[in-house]
Ligand binder design. Sequence first.
Ligand code: GUN
Ligand code: FE
Length: 436
Amino acid sequence: AIRGHFFDITAVAEGAEAIAQRARNIEDGLLLLDEGRIVSLVPWEEGRAQLRHEQDYLDYRGKLIVPGFVDSHIHYPQTEMIGAYGEQLLTWLENYTFPVEGQYHSPDHAARMSAFFLNQLLANGTTTALVFGTVHPQSVDALFSAAQRLEMRLIAGKVMMDRNAPDYLTESVEQSYQQTRELIERWHNNGRLGYALTPRFAPTSSPQLLAAVQALREAYPDTWLHTHLSENLDEVAWVQALWPEHESYLGVYHHYQLTGKRSVFAHAIHLAEQEWECLRNTDSSVAFCPTSNLFLGSGLFRLQTCQQKRVRMGIGTDVGAGTTFSMLQTLGEAYKVAQLQSYRLCASEAFYHATLGGAHALDLDDKIGNFQPGKEADFVVLDPAVTPLQTLRFNNSRDIYEKLFVLMTLGDDRNIWRTWVNGKCVWQRDALEVAA
Ligand code: GUN
Ligand code: FE
């Protein structure tokens, strides 16, 4: 059992107002756990009777406990290239990304970087992520093995690409199909792990490759589909040139029946009306990646349109085009992207997108995303004020919404005090302090 200040959104909702109505703020609460599951979250006065001994709880008072963050789009093999200077998407891929991803043919490198990457997720309070590997199957073997040891709910996949990339990162359609199939058999629904079919994006896919992805999706209908969509204007023009017979970028994926529930399209910035309609009609999801979109100069994600069209949306860091693993910082940047379009992203809506909303976008909202009984016990213990400036500002905040908003604005990994996965504390800041 854990005693402390809890905040979550109790049910899936659409729109800021509906989300705010479902916000639950329990300043002195008791969370009961059993074997990695949540039994209940109730106010302390109500819960204390359920304790066998009055002292039978961890005392996290003074901290703020929220559901674990869900990062709905990230590339683990780009960890070592964050902050690559000077390019927009297509030349950034060529000059920086591909050479770095080439390193992941080595299982040792993949294992080292997997451990580093997962530690970064946990150090930032992220307990679930939808992750790109590289084209090498050994890259995802390494990541899944490491995630399994931590009992994380993680979805990942090997990149599939057969054109418009260096030879050392491309493969035949047959090889892509076979290797993906083997990985699905090994990892999909293995404990808390899930597999995502991961064609990089339309420009690096031949029609035959997308047909192979379609065949895999038909064979394994509960796998995820994870790719990029309409991130950059040159990219959109390139897709038009490569796929002239399709009327839009999303139309290419839709033609191969790669839209639908559990399909997650990263970015979705430059979309036509019909593409939004198609996302909605197929119940597809998009990942909004504000730090990446600003860093690569890609454009402004239309948060309000996404809501009006009632398209499922999660927040992604998109490391390494994204500039941070921190979902707190990412929410702060999402707020600014919305501001530039006169949309006001309030704290409860922002935290929803980073938790239950992200879980909904990944079709995992029956398992994670809040403190409802029966959910898996993935959560973050935030230290709401760790610097003099944060302390000053925190003490000058009226209510939980202002405190959460200040965390989005001034917060980062220093505010993550404990991270719990599947009912166990798997990361703690003091261990870091002792080591240092
Ligand atoms: N589009 C295709 N590949 C990538 C990638 O690695 N990162 C981003 N941000 N966009 C992409
Ligand atoms: Fe990406």
